[in-house]
Design a protein around this ligand. Structure first.
Ligand code: FAD
Length: 413
């Protein structure tokens, strides 16, 4: 692996106008990093990557690179782009093996971070670097949010997240696991205890339902719940997953690795409309996942899913609509059914707090720098935007960290 990475680094043209950097949502200075890497300054590279993106090591594994840095590499026009993700992964993973923390002057001001996903981790690290006294409140027992409880081990090893957790701890960040805010502790309690600002990065963890008969049966599960701990489920051999986004691909590939042998994705449109990244679909096919296109469930029964065939029709305004085809009802047999049709935010915090506005689907309303409608409370990540990506959560959260710092400084003026 090492030689391949060096060879890839040597292919970089160090462009004057690096398109790879422009293609990266957090503008990683890739060409500079690669040059430093080849000159033997791996720790400086690691530091630069970490300071620009505290989740660099995660992004190197899970970003859709083909649409971002690698998709913009000029070499990709004629041959294959530099495999930037592999180089970034090598550097960032190496860097996290060492305690590289600089001595930071503590400023004795507390900030509460609710949720330890990419958004919460980014804010925690950015503010800890400025000397703030940070406490992360996390509802579950491990940190990482979707990184730990959603993205499967074969795509993002837990060892990487444990290194990140060590980093947080060595930076002096306190973590309260198994602490759901909005239950025993409310936002008002946190302010009562002297925290200067509160950040909400609680993501989207409420599965969307189909609202059809049979959804409560014992062999029906929601994707986001299943991925939390797949080994506790007994899915049987034949599984049908409803939905065709990235989450559905993760579920399908996980089910195959956990003993199911006949794993199918049911989608009401055709292959060209699949929402998942092309590479995730390709991997799913390689792993053995089968696709049932133009089918929509109408009821879940003990034997599987009652479904009908669908077709896409275009109305006179050019709008596309999915229609059920008459007399096409059939039973798709399955031992288990997993619904992967999206997630929305839960309301634990906002239903117990006055002054934090949410929109029609429960996402927290913020201004352009992440200020919610309640003074001193900020938010970013999926709980604001709906389901997005890790790098998007990092990009916005960097800005929000800055806004929190400015807000706290303004309290003294
Ligand atoms: P989350 O990661 O959801 O973290 C929120 C955290 O808040 C969780 O730990 C939760 O337990 C905690 N929490 C919630 N409520 C409370 C409360 N009241 N009190 C305390 N804690 C609370 N993106 C990519 O870029 N690449 C991928 O390959 C990719 N794959 C994905 C696969 C799956 C299965 C899923 C579901 C998403 C995937 N994503 C991927 C999207 C990406 O993971 C999310 O956009 C990102 O994690 C959002 O970060 P976040 O910090 O906003 O929220």
């Amino acid at each position: 692996m090492g030689k391949f990475i060096i060879e890839e680094a040597k292919r970089c043209l160090n462009c004057k106008k690096p398109m790879c950097k422009e293609g990266c949502p957090v503008n990683t200075p890739i060409n500079e990093i690669i040059e430093m890497f080849l000159n033997g300054s791996i720790m400086e590279c690691g530091e630069k990557l970490f300071e620009n993106n505290p989740l660099s090591v995660v992004c190197s594994l899970v970003c859709p690179h083909e649409n971002q840095c690698e998709g913009h590499c000029i070499l990709g026009k004629k041959s294959s782009p530099v495999q930037i993700s592999l180089i970034e992964n090598y550097i960032s993973d190496y860097y996290l093996n060492f305690n590289t923390n600089k001595t930071i002057k503590k400023i004795n001001k507390k900030v509460a971070i609710i949720g330890s996903g990419p958004a919460g981790i980014t804010i925690a690290i950015m503010l800890a670097t400025k000397g703030y006294d940070i406490t992360i409140f996390e509802a579950l027992d491990n940190i990482g949010g979707v990184l730990w409880y959603g993205i499967p081990e074969f795509r993002l090893p837990k060892s990487v997240l444990l290194k990140l957790k060590d980093k947080l701890i060595t930076m002096g960040i306190k973590i309260r696991p198994n602490t759901l805010i909005g239950s025993a502790i409310t936002i008002d309690d946190v302010f009562r205890d002297g925290y200067k600002a509160i950040f909400i990065g609680t993501g989207v963890w409420k599965p969307r339902n189909l609202g059809i008969k049979g959804e409560t049966f014992g062999h029906v599960h929601y994707a986001i719940d299943y991925l939390k701990n797949p080994s506790v489920y007994n899915l049987g051999k034949r599984v049908c997953i409803v939905g065709a986004g990235n989450v559905a691909m993760d579920v399908a590939r996980t089910a195959l690795r956990n003993g199911s042998t006949d794993v199918n994705i049911m989608f009401r449109e055709g292959p060209e409309s699949i929402e998942a990244e092309a590479i995730e679909v390709e991997y799913a096919k390689i792993d053995g996942v089968k696709f049932e296109y133009f089918k929509s469930p109408i009821e879940i029964i003990d034997e599987g899913i009652k479904c009908v065939k669908t077709e896409i029709v275009t109305d006179s305004y050019g709008n596309k609509k999915i229609e059920y085809c008459e007399f096409t009802e059939e039973v798709f047999e399955a031992d288990s059914v997993i619904l992967a049709i999206g997630q929305g935010p839960r309301s634990n915090i906002v239903s117990n707090t006055i002054g934090i506005n949410v929109n029609g689907i429960g996402l927290v309303e913020v201004d352009e720098v992440g200020r919610t409608t309640r003074n001193g409370v900020f938010a970013s990540g999926d709980v604001v935007t709906g389901a997005k990506t890790v790098v998007e959560a990092v990009r916005v959260s960097k800005m929000v960290a800055q806004a929190i710092d400015e807000y706290i400084c303004s309290l003294e003026e």
